[in-house]
Write a protein that binds this ligand. Structure first.
Ligand SMILES: [Zn+2]
Length: 119
């Protein structure tokens, strides 16, 4: 059973005084428990979770995660294009440079969204 570990951990936490909530982890979708400390915790990710107070905020939290993933994907591509530019024949440079600029632009825009959401 794939989620068996998490379920067992949740059961352990509840026995130890944590409360099962109706919230789910924005990263993996596992039901969160509220610890005695008031912190929300994901048993599958094995870490505390920043909890959104409403559905709308839950969506924002999920979006922040997705934006971070998109940024790291774009960053990897930037590195890839950069390394290609080093070895590329001069006539191919305009194409690579255009690609690089588009990637950098996307990266920067995603960074701006990220900053805005974390406020
Ligand atoms: Zn999780």
């Amino acid at each position: 059973m794939e989620s068996g570990g998490a379920v067992k951990k949740i059961a352990e936490l509840v026995r130890a005084g944590a409360v099962l909530t109706s919230y789910v982890c924005p990263a993996c979708g596992t039901v969160l428990v509220r610890l005695k400390s008031g912190e929300y915790y994901c048993a599958r990710c094995e870490k505390p979770v920043l909890l959104a107070k409403s559905e709308e905020e839950a969506k924002v939290v999920t979006e922040v995660y997705q934006i971070k993933e998109a940024r790291s994907a774009i960053f990897n591509r930037i590195l890839e294009v950069s390394s290609k530019i080093e070895a590329a024949p001069i006539e191919d440079l305009p194409e690579y440079t255009r690609t690089l600029l588009l990637l950098l632009d996307a990266y920067e825009r995603l960074a701006r969204i990220g900053v805005k959401e974390e406020k």
